[in-house]
Ligand binder design. Structure first.
Ligand SMILES: Nc1ncnc2c1ncn2[C@@H]1O[C@H](COP(=O)(O)OP(=O)(O)O)[C@@H](O)[C@H]1O
Ligand SMILES: N[C@@H](CCOP(=O)(O)O)C(=O)O
Length: 314
């Protein structure tokens, strides 16, 4: 359940006077999500999502919130923040930094179709294009420095085979430098639960709180590993081809990107294998029920490793 901070209709009605959104009609907690408190808010003017941030502080939010506003302004399907009467996107409610965004149509899908993958690829590439004019900068907090340091603390919890695989993947990544590849603003967590699908259309991207500046095709690799993987870690070729074709219909890969692609798919899987191993073996207090299975990414990595260096699905 994801209402950690309770808001009453009376409190919200008073707070909404800071906005030009009409009068409150309905306030409903949203059960999905694991980090923040989310409410569906209906007013006499429309429907919105109210997010009260439970861990991020107000001073940490501008990069993400301004990015969402920038992308929405450029036609990208994503949650668009709404400014208050002081022309600020970030306000305070119940002592929490709070943002209200427009309601997006659609729901996350579990088993995407190829048409949905194609639409997703195209929207992701459009997002990368639109990000070119975004002035904010954010280093990736989950990059190679992080995964190397985190892995070092995990070996004691792993069996021999896992430890050997992890060492091998880290050594592989350490042999490559990707600073020559096109980089820009990336979502970096575009899993199925962070995309609302409205039939075959993208309802919108949500949850931009891992967004940062990094290599563009790394973002596509993260997306592919979640949207196209099957139970055993094999990648569904039809979905992967559709995703990559959609992406390349807007932003074709350069030769350097094609060359880097197989290793990038492994980097993207490694990042989430390490974060899930960490959450599994060293959960924070209160997070026990939200642990996600790290083995999914171990299997995906194994699958990529057996497929060698040929660029696939492009
Ligand atoms: N702009 C939006 N429009 C419609 N539904 C949304 C929107 N933003 C979030 N949601 C709903 O709220 C849920 C939780 O949002 P999410 O950002 O994943 O929360 P958390 O930050 O807690 O992980 C989503 O699964 C989705 O159903
Ligand atoms: N999509 C990731 C989880 C990243 O978000 P977090 O807030 O749960 O750390 C995954 O599925 O591992």
């Amino acid at each position: 359940m994801s209402v950690f901070t309770t808001i009453t209709p009376k409190e919200l009605s008073a707070w909404l006077k800071n906005y030009a959104l009409g009068e409150l009609v309905e306030l409903k907690g949203i059960a999905a999500g694991i980090t923040n408190t989310n409410y569906a808010v209906t007013t006499t003017q429309g429907k919105y999502v109210l997010t009260l941030f439970e861990t991020l502080q107000a001073h940490e939010l501008p990069f993400y919130v301004n990015l969402m506003a920038h992308l929405a302004h450029h036609g990208i399907a994503c949650a668009a923040p709404i400014a208050n009467q002081r022309d600020e996107y970030i306000d305070t409610l119940a002592g929490r930094p709070t943002v209200i965004v427009g309601w997006l149509q659609g729901e996350p899908v579990t088993t995407p179709t190829t048409a949905q993958c194609r639409a997703l690829g195209a929207m992701l590439a459009q997002m990368h294009r639109a990000g070119e004019t975004y002035p904010g900068r954010m280093a990736n907090p989950r990059g190679p420095v992080w995964w190397t340091a985190t892995a070092a603390e995990l070996y004691g919890y792993l069996d021999e085979a896992e430890a050997a695989q992890l060492r091998n993947e880290l050594a592989l990544q350490a042999r490559y430098r990707f600073s020559h590849l096109p980089s820009g603003v990336v979502h970096c967590d575009l899993f199925r639960d962070n995309v609302l699908m409205h039939g075959e259309q993208i309802g919108g991207f949500i949850d931009f709180y891992y967004a940062c500046n990094d290599i563009l095709i790394y973002d596509l690799a993260i997306t592919l590993n979640d949207w196209c993987a099957q139970e055993g870690g094999e990648i569904d070729a039809a979905r992967a081809e559709a995703l990559c074709a959609g992406y390349q219909s807007v932003r074709p890969f350069s030769q350097s990107e094609r060359d880097a692609w197989p290793v990038m798919l492994r980097a993207a899987a490694l990042r989430f294998w390490v974060s899930r191993l960490w959450d599994w073996h060293k959960p924070q207090a209160g997070e026990l029920t939200f642990r996600k299975d790290p083995n999914v990414f171990q299997r995906i990595l194994r699958h990529h490793a057996t497929r060698g260096d040929t660029p696939r699905w492009l």
